[in-house]
Design a protein around this ligand. Structure first.
Ligand SMILES: Cc1cc2nc3c(=O)[nH]c(=O)nc-3n(C[C@H](O)[C@H](O)[C@H](O)COP(=O)(O)OP(=O)(O)OC[C@H]3O[C@@H](n4cnc5c(N)ncnc54)[C@H](O)[C@@H]3O)c2cc1C
Length: 323
């Protein structure tokens, strides 16, 4: 008589990942990490201890396992099904801000606001715009973020990244072919740091410019709301908010999502929104603007992950707390 075949359960993703010095967490409630406060779980979140830990991980992880970097999720919409694979979050080990002869060396995990503050303390001018962007340096490089007339590309000298196979790259700014809210680096590059132009400036002027940026932001943007920043890129020669205003989009709602009354290129989670409400509202705006003007708005917010019911199965573990 044949023995009954005993089926072994497939190893969990966690069991397939290489040992690291940093930290893995399974089934993390990513909604607690991103500004919109919506979205399904991340299957694994990896916080590398430092750059070498990240490069080792990328070299040794199974090839079929995707790895996606996120910063503080201030330009992200994570869909309701969550994110399969590994989400990489750069933390304290990759967030130094150091002045050297060739410029200000900054880790990609540093917050833009902290870099602006350090630059101000060091009396360096030209980086005040960073005080107006609530993301990390890594997210800023990927988005070529900018505010009040300056973008990352205007102050960037070199960038450092690790690719999906764990190879380290250090490239001059021109190689990234940055344009308005776009970076030409390969999609699998995870930025680990950069060198920013550092020029001595007048401390009074730096402080005044920083204050001016903060006040303008407070007056014009819903900076304390659950939002993802500017939803759409400005089309050439036009403004996304004017196009949305033109179709009567200010205040439009879908489920728990609403177009901000204060700045109509911002979408807001009013409390009970799903990612689907927010994405659906954004897509409604795209359709209406196209119908009225022939212009197709392009999403600036990065929409990632799977639709509800199609993402990683975290039911057996329960979503872990974010960190
Ligand atoms: C209230 C508010 C105001 C804002 N104002 C501005 C503004 O004035 N100007 C502006 O440009 N933006 C603005 N934003 C948008 C946002 O702050 C920027 O795009 C910021 O640079 C995103 O950084 P992040 O760390 O939050 O990245 P995330 O939102 O976490 O990620 C954004 C993208 O970058 C990628 N990414 C993140 N880290 C890395 C990394 N280390 N390597 C490779 N890719 C990475 C992610 O995969 C994703 O594609 C605003 C957002 C909010 C909520």
């Amino acid at each position: 008589m044949m023995a009954a075949e005993v089926r072994q359960p497939a190893p969990s993703l966690l069991e397939r990942l290489p040992p690291v010095r940093g930290r893995y967490r399974a089934c993390v409630a990513i909604s607690e990490l991103a500004w919109f406060r919506v979205g399904g779980p991340a299957e694994i979140v990896f916080r590398p201890a430092d750059r070498d830990d990240l490069a080792d991980f990328l070299r040794r992880k199974p090839k079929d396992v995707p790895a996606l970097a996120i910063g503080v999720g201030s330009n992200l919409l994570v869909r309701d099904g969550g994110i399969a694979g590994v989400v990489v979050r750069l933390g304290r080990g990759i967030s130094e801000v150091t002045l050297k002869d060739d410029g200000l060396h900054v880790g990609a995990g540093a917050l833009d606001g902290n870099v602006a503050l350090t630059a101000q303390q060091l009396r360096l001018g030209g980086l005040e715009f960073l005080s107006g962007i609530p993301g990390t340096i890594g997210g800023g490089l990927r988005m070529n973020a900018g505010a009040y007339g300056t973008e990352f590309k205007d102050v960037l000298l070199r960038a450092e990244a690790v690719d999906g196979a764990g190879r380290v790259h250090s490239v001059p700014a021109a190689d990234l072919r940055m344009t308005y809210r776009h970076c030409g680096a390969p999609a699998d590059w995870i930025f680990t740091g950069c060198v920013l132009r550092a020029e001595k400036g007048d401390p009074t002027a730096i402080a005044a410019r920083t204050r001016e940026i903060r006040e303008k932001r407070e007056a014009t943007q819903p900076v304390r709301a659950r939002t993802g920043g500017s939803t759409f890129k400005n089309p050439p020669g036009n403004s996304a908010w004017k196009l949305i205003e033109g179709i009567g989009g200010r205040g439009l709602a879908r489920g728990g999502a609403r177009v901000s009354e204060q700045h109509c290129n911002f979408l807001i989670n009013e409390g009970g929104a799903t990612a689907d409400d927010i994405e659906g509202l954004g897509n409604d705006l795209v359709e209406h603007v196209r119908g009225a003007t022939g212009i197709t708005l392009e999403w600036e917010i990065q929409r990632i992950g799977a639709l509800a019911g199609r993402g990683p199965d975290c039911s057996s573990l329960g979503a872990g707390a974010a960190s």
